[in-house]
Design a protein around this ligand. Structure first.
Ligand SMILES: [Zn+2]
Length: 147
């Protein structure tokens, strides 16, 4: 599955009923390389919206979860967003995806942090179904940078 800007494949060790990895064609190492900017915000939003629709169509009524592994806990050196339709599979390593852990960032937290300041529409778009992690913050400004 692919679009002009994104490639999508099934996670090699699926944790949920459906488990996709959504990857931009443009090489981005990891979350630290994303910046608060219209471009990066639009990219992440596209990653979310395109595949939220696909997953919802494939699994009507399923709870969907989208998010990123945070450096240094990402195992692949290319930015990828996990998209899952729950339930989790029996015995799946769900600890990798818990919102209260330091290594997982739900997409709504990332979108909020990337939204250009004062962009009400962008903030509204970030109000996707949450699994409780949205009060967390993640700073794309300032420190971080190329790793
Ligand atoms: Zn990952």
């Amino acid at each position: 599955m692919q679009t002009e800007r994104l490639v999508v494949f099934r996670d090699r060790s699926p944790a949920a009923t459906a488990h996709l990895q959504i990857v931009p064609r443009k090489h981005i190492d990891n979350l630290n390389d994303l910046r608060r900017s219209p471009e990066d915000h639009a990219l992440v939003l596209e990653m979310l919206e395109t595949w939220r629709e696909v997953l919802q169509r494939m699994h009507p009524g399923a709870k969907l979860r989208f998010g990123f592994h945070r450096p240094p806990f990402n195992s692949v050196l290319h930015l990828h967003m996990h998209g899952k339709a729950l339930p989790y599979l029996d015995g799946a390593p769900t600890w990798k995806y818990h919102t209260w852990t330091p290594w997982w960032l739900p997409v709504e937290v990332v979108l909020k942090s990337l939204a250009p300041a004062g962009d009400a529409e962008a903030s509204a778009a970030a109000a996707v179904p949450s699994d409780g992690g949205s009060q967390r913050s993640w700073p794309p400004d300032g420190e971080g940078g190329a790793v």
